[in-house]
Design a protein around this ligand. Structure first.
Ligand SMILES: Nc1nc2c(c(=O)[nH]1)N[C@H]1C(S)=C(S)[C@@H](COP(=O)(O)OP(=O)(O)OC[C@H]3O[C@@H](n4cnc5c(=O)[nH]c(N)nc54)[C@H](O)[C@@H]3O)O[C@H]1N2
Ligand SMILES: Nc1nc2c(c(=O)[nH]1)N[C@H]1C(S)=C(S)[C@@H](COP(=O)(O)OP(=O)(O)OC[C@H]3O[C@@H](n4cnc5c(=O)[nH]c(N)nc54)[C@H](O)[C@@H]3O)O[C@H]1N2
Ligand code: SF4
Ligand SMILES: [Mo]
Length: 598
């Protein structure tokens, strides 16, 4: 029996056991008890279905791994080069290549395609983004699923919310929305406003947790004044929420143990940090921090409490808008920017204008097809690693289960390139693995967990040491919507184009980001738009066009279009924009026209 963990980018970070005699037969392990005895189909496809790149290639020719590594070293030697790392594998050893960048004058990216805006909002309010342990979620009475598609992206949380009252806030009637006690089918980008209004109503009715606020968040009077700068009626109309909805929600939230399960969906916008800040402020108003069975769960900072031996201080480029062609060589590791980054046509043009694109990954994808050099990676079963998690506290050693002649690990890649450039070797692989593991602690069940773990987070207060106050949001600016009518005017705003539709591109159950399947080219439209199933349409944004087939669905709002992330080319439509805070890609900050394609 060899113990490891699923490396895929997923809330659940499941425990995995390999049979020593048949190591690709994977069963659920117990190191992360949240695995609950079940692994999902993505992991199966990762190992058994997805076709690996097995042969190193240089300029379209198969070469030996040695020759391919020589070509990489030659490409980055004495030239400006960039390392672009994706999230194909979340083991900590992925980041060892930072040390190559440090030694060999590389440039890194900053920011994320994933959760950065929300994280920035949380850090601004709470000082640190701590995990809300699943065990606390289990103790709640009411769960608000807010822009997280839990049955698809976070299925191992389901047993923890069993038999609870559920409120879902999502512009799409998702599976969990259909089962919920209340579904608020909010207008996309509307979460900030909803959270602000809810807070205001609570305070209007003296429903705030004054005792907690006075101790931990004393600026709540100023926050109340801030909420009063927004106009109730206009906002409710704008976000598509009625006073009855608000009343129903407040009734369900009052004096209960409430948990907010907030997902990436609320923050894929320039103003994404404000959405999280407003949701946190609502939670503070209700006094939900630092109490049993209460709190706000988001993608937690998995590295909190760890000193990262791969942390380097180098020049960086913004990830969402990476200017690849500024560099004569780019190493793409564990990602697929040609498909996963916003504004694909810009990305592809940039990569085409880069002299040497080096793809270091497991599968053939849109990016590998543009690459000059291909370095096959090893799978998680073929290398040593450590898995942290953004959804639970468990720290898992990932042990090698298979010796394979295919590919190279990120650690060996780093050493081999350093050697070829006559640069200093780094420490041994064991050194780094131990460095990570030795910082973890054990819980009462003998499971390895993060030293930053707090059974009830923010119990003593906020900030790194728990001695700071909660900081309420006190400023908001958005030039995407016409908010003139929503708020007493302060700044000049751009015009809004009314005949266009919000584009939603959230995750699909069949894929893990751009991996493992190809989806039918469908766009989901509300019946009131007058299209029929099978109609052909072209979606047009200012960044590009995409031909799709219509699937009519009353689960979609009449002002929105839903194209699953994973439909080829979905990101042709999305904008090359980075959020105001948190350096995050803004996949949702775009409207599209729908043109019938005859
Ligand atoms: N099956 C599967 N699981 C995955 C992944 C995958 O690709 N496939 N990817 C993994 C990764 S990398 C991540 S980051 C997580 C993310 O997982 P989630 O946090 O669940 O994120 P998304 O699927 O992007 O969006 C979640 C929900 O937000 C809604 N939404 C969109 N816009 C808005 C809005 O403005 N307001 C509100 N309230 N809701 C909105 C969408 O309709 C969707 O139902 O999932 C991980 N798990
Ligand atoms: N429109 C739209 N776009 C989105 C999103 C969205 O919701 N909508 N979600 C965004 C989010 S949340 C994320 S996290 C990003 C993800 O985007 P990326 O980070 O680009 O991740 P993937 O598309 O999953 O590509 C992962 C690749 O990693 C490689 N790989 C897997 N394991 C290993 C390994 O061990 N070593 C190496 N070297 N390579 C490996 C595989 O070849 C695979 O093709 O996509 C973002 N893009
Ligand atoms: S649920 Fe997530 S962590 Fe668990 S096996 Fe599937 S992809 Fe991996
Ligand atoms: Mo992500």
């Amino acid at each position: 029996m060899i113990e490891t963990a699923c490396p895929l980018d997923c809330f659940d970070a499941c425990s995995v056991i390999c049979d020593s005699n048949n190591p690709t037969k994977l069963i659920a392990g117990s190191r992360a008890p949240t695995t609950n005895g079940a692994l999902c189909a993505h992991l199966y496809k990762h190992i058994h279905k997805a076709k690996r790149v097995e042969k190193p290639m240089v300029d379209g020719k198969e070469v030996s791994l040695e020759e391919a590594l020589d070509a990489v070293a030659e490409s980055i030697k004495d030239k400006p080069w960039l390392l672009w790392r994706g999230s194909g594998n979340l083991g900590v050893m992925q980041k060892v290549t930072n040390l190559l960048a440090k030694e060999a004058n590389g440039v890194l990216t900053r920011g994320t395609l994933c959760d950065g805006a929300g994280n920035a909002g949380i850090v601004a309010s709470r000082g640190v983004n701590r995990l809300l342990p699943p065990q606390q979620i289990a103790k709640s009475e009411v769960v608000v699923v807010w822009g997280r598609n839990i049955t698809v992206t976070n299925s191992h949380i389901m047993p923890y919310i069993k038999d609870k009252k559920v409120i879902v806030i999502d512009p799409i009637k998702t599976k969990i929305a259909k089962e919920a006690d209340i579904h608020i089918q909010i207008r996309p980008r509307g979460d900030f406003y909803l959270a602000i209004l809810l807070s205001r109503f609570i305070m209007m009715e003296d429903g705030e947790d004054r005792e907690w606020l006075e101790k931990f968040a004393p600026e709540f009077d100023e926050f109340y004044d801030f909420t009063r700068t927004f106009r109730i009626k206009a906002i409710l109309e704008h976000i598509g929420v009625s006073l009855n909805d608000i009343g129903d929600m407040l009734l369900m939230l009052k004096e209960k143990r409430v948990v907010f399960l907030v997902g990436a969906g609320v923050q894929k916008y320039e103003i994404g940090d404000s959405a999280l800040r407003a949701i946190d402020a609502l939670a503070a108003t209700l006094g939900l921090f630092g109490k049993e069975g209460c709190g706000v769960s988001y993608l937690a900072n998995s590295q909190l409490g760890f000193d990262n031996p791969f942390s380097v201080d180098l020049k960086t480029e913004l990830k969402a808008t990476t200017p690849f062609s500024k560099y004569s060589a780019v190493i793409v590791q564990g990602g697929n920017p040609a498909e996963s980054m916003p504004c694909s046509s810009r990305v592809i043009e940039e990569l085409n204008n880069t002299q040497r694109v080096i793809y270091f990954g497991l599968y053939e994808n849109e990016t590998s097809r543009l690459a000059d050099i291909i370095i096959p990676a090893k799978t998680f079963l073929e290398k040593e690693d450590v898995r942290l998690s953004y959804g639970h506290q468990y720290v898992q050693k990932m042990n090698r289960a298979i010796d394979s002649t295919i590919g190279i690990s990120e650690y060996d890649f780093t050493q081999e390139i350093l050697k070829r450039l006559n640069l200093n070797a780094i420490e041994s692989e064991e050194y780094y693995i131990d460095y990570w593991l030795s910082q973890a602690i054990k819980d009462s069940c003998d499971c390895l967990i993060s030293s930053s773990f707090e059974e009830i987070p923010y119990k003593d207060g906020f900030g790194e040491d728990g001695d700071e106050e909660f900081e309420f949001i006190d400023d908001f600016y958005d030039d995407f919507e016409d908010i003139k009518a929503l708020r007493r005017p302060r700044k000049r705003l751009k015009e809004r184009v009314d005949e266009e539709y919000y584009l939603i591109t959230s995750k699909s159950s069949k894929m893990l980001n751009s991996q493992f399947a190809s989806l039918e080219s469908l766009c989901y439209l509300n019946p009131s738009l007058g299209f029929k199933d099978g109609d052909k349409v072209i979606l047009k944004s200012i960044w590009g066009e995409l031909s799709l087939k219509v699937k009519v669905s009353s689960d979609i709002r009449d002002d929105s279009v839903f194209v699953k992330y994973g439909v080829k080319g979905a990101n042709i439509l999305t904008p090359p924009v980075s959020s105001l805070e948190g350096d995050m890609a803004c996949y949702g900050d775009i409207k599209v026209k729908i043109v019938k394609n005859v």
